[in-house]
Design a protein around this ligand. Structure first.
Ligand SMILES: *Cc1c(COP(=O)(O)O)cnc(C)c1O
Length: 378
């Protein structure tokens, strides 16, 4: 095994994380919703225009909160792609909901909006678009369907911090949006996330659910003179140490995104010849979608080819990885969900997709990935 392995992901630190954590330590406020959390909330609200932003422990926690806010009852159906992370479905299953899986578009690997209406039944409560690789779903069409059928839209924007759709930040188009700051994402705090509340009718209840079902947030703002248990909820607010780390990242969000985009475009240019030669397919970014370079993937001819390429790259110290096992084919997906129609593209594309290492500072490592990939697919 080569000693200079190129990892698939390497968390980027701005250098100010420990300084802000030291400040949190000095401030002596270590629980949630202190100075750094407030800075992060303000940044998110200013940057995205969301009515309210709330830090959480993870995108998973944000989705759990969204499922509570949507008042999902046992048997309620929630339409989503099968090609996604487990948390997209789990959040609703925890409330007794039934994920209804719809196929994806072959260009973006996002939910195929033209198949959503056929999946709607009298039990449908919500649509959960997932912006794969930080590239937007067809949100105009999705919002239009939701409006006509009186459904909620909850954006799983875990990968989409700093991405936009026709100029609008992802996570702010649906009624609710969920971000992730997991260390594999672009802007990070180890584990971390945020819930964006875009429809203000959910704002008060979101605060309550996040604070163990109490009206403590209102108490801290002096709106009430004691706080009490008023609803269901749990503890979804991260402590200040996490928020302090995240603040250092938010301050540099623009430059982190630009650096990732530079790497992304370099891959894209290098893959053009291989695409022309019919060796692979590159990502397709529809007009109106400004993405955040969360991921660079290629599509190979077959599962067999992908397995070979992964092994060959691995032997050269390059860690390229596949992605989701479609949820409809997983044990829990079969138990708790159902499919709407044939998920033809989901199975085919998930078998052929390969993600390349992409992290800020990879520089020469990227030369090596490109060179090794040219050999492996050539
Ligand atoms: C990463 C991710 C999640 C989960 O995010 P956490 O912050 O780790 O909970 C959910 N959905 C998608 C699409 C993701 O990529």
């Amino acid at each position: 095994m080569s000693t200079n392995n190129i990892p698939f992901n390497k968390p980027y630190m701005t250098g100010r994380e420990l300084w802000y954590i030291a400040q949190a330590h000095t401030n002596g406020h270590l629980a949630g919703d202190g100075m750094f959390t407030k800075k992060c909330h303000a940044w998110l609200e200013a940057r995205t225009g969301a009515h309210k932003a709330l830090l959480t422990h993870s995108c998973t926690a944000s989705l759990d909160m969204a499922a509570m806010l949507a008042e999902i009852q046992p048997g309620d159906e929630v339409i989503m792609p099968s090609y996604t992370f487990v948390s997209t479905a789990n959040a609703f299953v925890l409330r007794g909901g039934v994920p209804v899986f719809v196929d994806i578009r072959p260009d973006t690997l996002n939910i195929d909006e033209t198949l959503i209406e056929a999946a709607i039944t009298p039990r449908t409560k919500a649509i959960v678009p997932v912006h794969y690789a930080g590239v937007a779903c067809e949100m105009d069409a999705i919002m239009n369907i939701a409006q006509r059928h009186k459904l909620l839209v909850i954006e799983d924007a875990a990968q989409a911090v700093m991405s936009t759709y026709n100029g609008k930040p992802l996570g702010t188009i649906g009624h609710l949006g969920a971000y992730s700051f997991h260390e594999t994402k672009n802007i990070i705090s180890g584990e971390g996330g945020a819930l964006l509340v875009n429809d203000d009718r959910f704002a008060e209840r979101a605060e309550i659910i996040r604070e163990k079902g109490t009206n403590r947030s209102q108490f801290f703002r002096g709106q009430i003179d004691k706080y009490t248990w008023v609803d269901i909820g749990s503890s979804y607010l991260p402590g200040e140490v996490i928020a302090a780390f995240l603040w250092a990242q938010m301050e540099e969000a623009q430059s982190i995104t630009q650096k990732r985009l530079d790497i992304w475009h370099r891959y894209h240019a290098a893959m053009a010849l291989l695409e022309d030669a019919g060796k692979l397919r590159r990502p397709i970014i529809p007009e109106g979608c400004q993405h955040n370079a969360h991921m660079y993937y290629i599509l190979l001819d077959s599962l067999k080819k992908r397995t070979e390429v992964i092994a060959q790259l691995k032997a050269q110290g390059v860690n390229a990885v596949f992605h989701y096992v479609p949820l409809h084919s997983s044990p829990a997906g079969k138990k708790y969900g159902r499919s709407s129609g044939e998920l033809r593209h989901t199975g085919n594309l998930s078998d052929r997709l390969l993600r390349l290492p992409l992290w800020v500072g990879m520089d020469e490592a990227q030369d090596k990935v490109i060179e090794q990939l040219q050999q492996a697919v050539g």
